[in-house]
Design a protein around this ligand. Structure first.
Ligand SMILES: NC(=O)c1ccc[n+]([C@@H]2O[C@H](COP(=O)([O-])OP(=O)(O)OC[C@H]3O[C@@H](n4cnc5c(N)ncnc54)[C@H](OP(=O)(O)O)[C@@H]3O)[C@@H](O)[C@H]2O)c1
Length: 421
């Protein structure tokens, strides 16, 4: 990549943004090293390039800002370098350190959702171009190069969705993991066919999976992704699905995807707080989350006791409540994003979302990000409401305290890095 190439791209890039011009002028002069891996030309950043990152040095500690961390290098085909512009905060960003899980080693860099500017691409045939603004759900948290809490990150082209110029970069930064989790929960675990949508059709993930070589799929998700055994097991338009925790970012995306697929959706949430937003997103029935016994009765009553699909996005206790709304003789499915009941009821299939499929199966990853691009382009998907946090990387500890306190109440906190670059 030469300075000339970047300046040309600057010309055609989103004209209204003086900010993007600033990034280009700051980032282009860096010298680059080119190597060849598996016949693909890989451009690497020089090892001496330094950046600011937020490091987790020990469990149950706050993150520490470090200003001399190396800029990660492109190592594998399909990878690209991105300058991080905005970071969407997920509950795992505080839960992981607080409860000491999801941290491969220490010190570590966390962060699961970012939006950024593509600085280097793997080759000219890449779906992405230098200068694209992308959102990246960084589900591959074991690869520290891909973490969001840093100024520069590596991502893989089949895990990045281009953000249209009409769409907010910050709101997009909040969407990725929620979208991937919701799409895999519905499309893989339950088998919803998104290819029949009239507006912005998506993938039939059951078909995509049938093309995968089983030996390339991580063993711990194989049962989950091959769980759908027959067509009659898959939700059909008109079927009910209940979502407990529908006001979560993941719930809100799941609601919208389910509606696009023609399902009828029961949303359990704080109706006074979130009812209007959920109705706007297509909810067919709102059930208040405060009186849990009444909520179970309402769901059973409205579905005639025949409910077959339920997603819990809150925890084990609410998953147990949802379990009671299902109809086991009718082959029911319960998916828990944050826990499932310990004891199993015959006739209910229990699911966890196979999130790592997104980064381990290129065909799945690419089908999801290209669908997401089309959903954003068409404006079909309503993005989460966000709270913009200032302070750059340094502000993340304080922003995570707000998230942890519950004050954000369904809004995604997005940390702005651009005014701190
Ligand atoms: N396994 C995975 O791969 C995966 C992927 C994505 C997410 N997750 C998990 O899914 C959960 C949700 O994530 P998220 O990022 O979507 O969450 P989020 O947007 O931060 O969720 C916040 C929302 O949760 C609601 N809530 C809290 N307690 C509730 C309850 N008892 N019943 C109903 N709603 C309740 C809050 O509603 P109020 O305003 O009424 O308090 C608020 O609207 C997290 O635990 C996350 O770790 C897992």
């Amino acid at each position: 990549m030469s300075t000339t190439t970047c300046l040309q791209i600057e010309e055609i890039h989103r004209k209204p943004s003086t900010f993007h011009r600033k990034i280009f002028s700051e980032t282009t002069p860096k010298p680059l090293v080119t190597t060849t891996v598996k016949e693909e030309v890989i451009t690497q950043t020089p090892l001496q390039a330094k950046q600011r990152v937020l490091l987790l040095k020990a469990a149950r500690e706050q993150y520490t800002l470090v200003d001399d961390h190396h800029v990660p290098s492109i190592l594998h085909p399909g990878e690209f370098l991105v300058k991080v512009l905005a970071i969407g905060l997920n509950p795992i960003d505080w839960k992981g350190p607080a409860f000491n899980f999801g941290i491969p080693s220490l010190p570590w860099i966390n962060g699961r959702d970012l939006a950024g500017l593509v600085l280097q691409v793997p080759n000219e045939s890449s779906r992405l171009r230098v200068g694209d603004i992308v959102l990246v759900p960084s589900t591959d948290y074991r690869d520290i190069r891909k973490a969001a809490f840093q100024e520069y990150a590596i991502a893989t082209d089949f895990n990045a969705a281009r953000i249209p110029s009409s769409t907010s970069i910050h709101a997009s930064a909040s969407l990725g993991v929620a979208f991937v989790a919701a799409a895999l929960a519905l499309g893989v675990s339950f088998g919803v066919d998104f290819s029949r949508l009239t507006q912005s059709p998506g993938p039939n993930l059951v078909n995509v999976i049938s093309t995968l070589d089983k030996k390339n799929i991580p063993v711990d998700i194989q049962d989950e992704i091959f769980a759908i055994s027959s067509e009659s097991d898959r939700p059909q338009p008109g079927d009910w699905v209940a979502i407990w925790g529908a006001s979560t970012t993941t719930g809100l995306v799941a609601l919208q995807l389910a509606k696009l697929a023609g399902l009828r959706v029961i949303c359990v949430a704080d109706v006074a707080r979130h009812g209007a937003k959920l109705l706007q997103s297509g909810a067919d029935l709102l059930v208040d989350r405060r009186d849990t016994e009444r909520a179970v009765e309402i769901i059973r009553g409205v579905t005639g006791g025949k409910l077959r699909y339920a997603i819990d996005i809150v925890g084990k206790e609410t998953a147990m409540l949802l379990e009671r709304t299902l109809d086991p003789p009718n082959n029911a499915h319960l998916l828990g994003l944050t826990g499932l009941p310990k004891d199993r009821v015959p006739g209910i299939s229990y699911h966890t979302v196979p999130i790592k499929l997104f980064h381990t199966a290129p065909a799945v990853g690419e089908s999801l990000v290209t669908w997401l691009e089309s959903l954003l382009q068409s404006g079909v998907l309503t993005l989460p409401e966000i709270i913009r946090a200032e302070g750059g990387l340094e502000g993340i500890n304080a922003a995570l305290d707000v998230l942890r306190s519950g004050e954000a109440s369904g809004k995604r906190i997005v940390v702005d890095l651009e005014s701190h670059s």
